[in-house]
Design a protein around this ligand. Sequence first.
Ligand code: GDP
Length: 444
Amino acid sequence: MAFEGLAERLQGTLTKIRGKGKVSEQDIKEMMREVRLALLEADVNFKVVKQFIADVKEKALGQEVMKSLTPGQQVIKVVNEELTALMGGEQSKIAVSQKPPTVIMMVGLQGAGKTTASAKLANHLRKKHNRTPLLVAADIYRPAAIKQLETLGKQIDMPVFSLGDQVSPVDIAKQAVEKAKAEHHDYVLIDTAGRLHVDQELMEELSQIKETVQPDEILLVVDAMTGQDAVNVAETFNDQLGLTGAILSKLDGDTRGGAAISVKAVTNTPIKFAGMGEKIDQLEPFHPERMASRILGMGDVLSLIEKAQTNVDEAKARELEKKMRTADFTFDDFLEQLEQVRSMGPLEDLLGMMPGMNKAKGMKNLQVDEKQIGRVEAIVRSMTKKEKQDPTVLNGSRRRRIAKGSGTTIQDVNRLLKQFEDMKKMMKQMTGMQSGKGKKRGKG
Ligand code: GDP
């Protein structure tokens, strides 16, 4: 995930000041020097860094912080607030037109992820807001763009309006909006053409589309991997078209991310969504305060809970929890649980949302080995129904068969069985503790 380097450095710096009962001006200056370097290294635009440091310094050196009982923590609070402000402060929501349909123009350079983002956003609007969007293929220049949008549309069963590549994008957009009105679509998402570089001809075409359809939103899709260029691109598009928002794509990638943060600060265009992967449901509303606390290692419990709410079947989860409490837990249940957790996304991302997880001892360099989890899953899947329900029947020859069937070794199978037994034992103990000492817990 992006911002990893930044998160690590900022957290390292802030840890030094966190516990201090007394903070001197010198401490603050030193800390700010390190914060400044961390931001620059993360590719945050230098002008943005300068302003940020000045703002934090002023507040951190203020009376309230220096005289408080916990100055170290107050300083961190200031950094958190300023980082949140830098990324846009309040979450910026997508427009809703009083006179439907709400028209959204998606713009950006070629390869930024515009077509993907259009489909993702349409999917999001339908799934989370019960909307009925119409996707519009207006990128007539990139040969595969129309087909790509149509394929994505089919994948999510979403209508795609297209007139091929011989009609002008302005006409396509115009007719699409008319069709949306006639057919009562409440959102129209126009996937416009991009170029490899900003060029005047493209800007003129986009301006014409804008004039014609009067969009409620012009969203710039920026590739978080492109570094400072993202800032320049955003500035140009904003000057020429007047952007209403940005979507940061590829934030899942191994990017320093700083340029993406700077887009808001430089153009004053709010970041509305972040693309977190290639899959259609990997688009997340951008919450500045949550992102700031993720970067500062304070976790993002709200996003974690939301993820759990959308992906985990609550009734099933309750049932599993009961089984765990009664230690009535079989390998079938284990698989089910694994699937539920998996549906929430890569484990590493989930861990990153837990407060303090990257600071906890031994967790800092924790890499979840997805392959290892895959092996465990393969072993369980190679068991028969009976074996999953009652692993005590697993004698030597059965274990050999499972190892062969799952492409693992007999040692792997033995280890898993042992772990599973240990886990059940632990569950039993914990249940015992809860029922036996429940009252005591309430007191302390
Ligand atoms: P367009 O030219 O702007 O329409 O770009 P596309 O939508 O075709 O995207 C270009 C490439 O980036 C495709 O391979 C997408 O799968 C990929 N992509 C788009 N968004 C994301 C994202 O959020 N994360 C990742 N990892 N890849 C993305």
